[in-house]
Design a protein around this ligand. Structure first.
Ligand SMILES: [Zn+2]
Length: 408
């Protein structure tokens, strides 16, 4: 247990926050520090063909140890942390034999991790938790995934009696700003399929995510003295309001869950002469997703008809539900499920209400479901991870390798 704790903390204490405003890859120079360390560590534990490219993508190979032809599989995680919360001077705390009560993260600022708010904590009574000191995020998303993959590879190297095919490992920068997959060289990686180890709670297994699009609506107005404006003024603010009214009220993030899609207006800015709306569309169902996009187009058209071409709509697809790429090769989900069950983990299969790097990779030709890394409350000071969940993730990774070899 101490080994994986030390490994994880070694990563967590290196600041790797990514930056959405930067155009470079990695988006922040500081991500190189952990990237270099990881490349060295992969060499040290005995991985082959360890490479780190100009964009800090790390790849490595564990050669197969059986003669028969076995599919090559991969495990992927990201080493950047979210720009939403500080990752500077992360100072993890270890809570042994958690008693199910409040954990005071920071007495001075009265920051308490409590099962009153975070009921999931009660699953982990008696376990060892790693928490923050209340001033930063922890970075279990997704340095836990990295620690688990490295530990699993080390285990396979030390236990050559476990038969497996060729295994690929990939660590990426900039996942948190949606660019983890952008420069991922799927061909160089050379796996038939892979798993991102980037889920939350123990047991999570995900192969469905949203279809996603973003829209920007720019509205021109016509300013006229308000006292003499009848039939002359076009108020861009009013048009923005009309546009929003055309969207179904109930289909917003705060009113939907599970497989329900939504429109989400997240930015509005306006004067009489000029207004802008920005929104996103999310839906698991591809037809519904297309219907939502058409609704925006129709709304823009009908307002333009009514008011005379004041509105321009820019619509951009962002990512798609990986389900359509995973379903034709569904055994890759079955293997992960069987691996969890074999090591005593109950699979929790549910659609992701977001995207993953795996969804982009799936559409780049590398089908890529997501499995748990074990942490909770990502992207903030209440982030924590039970060490027992990390150890189970290691077992699941090892078992996936084993089952892939035995099933062929
Ligand atoms: Zn993540």
């Amino acid at each position: 247990m101490q080994h994986i704790i030390d490994r994880f903390i070694g990563y967590a204490t290196i600041d790797t926050q990514s930056d959405p405003t930067s155009d470079s890859t990695p988006s922040t120079e500081k991500q190189w520090v952990l990237a270099q360390k990881l490349a060295e560590e992969l060499q040290e534990i005995g991985m082959k063909n360890v490479s780190i490219d100009d964009n800090a993508y790390i790849m490595a190979t564990l050669p197969g140890n059986v003669d028969k032809k076995i599919p090559t599989i991969g495990f992927i995680s990201h080493f950047d942390t979210s720009p939403d919360f500080s990752g500077t001077n992360v100072n993890p705390r270890i809570i042994e034999n958690y008693d199910g009560g409040d954990i005071v993260l920071n007495a001075a600022d009265n920051i308490v991790l409590s099962p009153d708010y975070f009921e999931d904590l009660l699953f982990y009574k008696g376990q060892t938790l790693i928490t923050t000191d209340g001033t930063t995020l922890l970075g279990a998303d997704d340095k836990a995934g990295i620690a688990e993959i490295v530990t699993a590879m080390e285990y396979l190297i030390q236990h050559p009696e476990i038969e497996h095919g060729e295994i690929k490992v990939g660590f990426t920068p900039d996942e948190e700003i949606g660019r983890g997959a952008h420069r991922f060289d799927v061909e160089k990686f050379g796996a038939d399929w892979a798993y991102t180890v980037d889920g939350s709670q123990i047991g999570e297994l995900e192969y469905e995510n949203f279809n996603a699009a973003s829209a920007k609506i720019v509205i021109k107005g016509k300013s006229v003295h308000p006292g003499y404006a009848k039939n002359k003024m076009i108020n861009a603010i009013s048009l923005a309001h009309e546009f929003m009214k055309a969207l179904p009220h109930e289909e917003t993030p705060q009113n939907t869950s599970k497989r329900e899609g939504f429109f989400h207006v997240h930015h509005i800015q306006g004067e009489i002469e000029h207004a802008e709306l920005e929104l996103i569309i999310r839906d698991h169902d591809r037809n519904q997703f297309e219907r939502r996009k058409r609704l925006l187009q129709k709304t823009a058209e009908s307002l333009n008809e009514k008011h005379g071409k004041q509105i321009t709509l820019e619509l951009k697809d962002q990512y798609y539900n990986m389900r359509e790429k995973v379903e034709p090769v569904f055994h890759i989900v079955e293997i992960a499920k069987a691996a969890m069950e074999a090591v005593g983990v109950t699979p929790i299969i549910k659609p992701i209400r977001g995207g993953t790097d795996g969804s982009q990779l799936s559409f780049m030709g590398l089908p890529c479901p997501n499995i748990f890394a074990g942490g909770h409350n990502f992207h903030g000071k209440y982030e924590y991870i039970p060490v027992e969940s990390m150890l189970k993730a290691v077992e699941v990774i090892v078992k996936i390798c084993e089952l892939t070899a035995s099933k062929e």
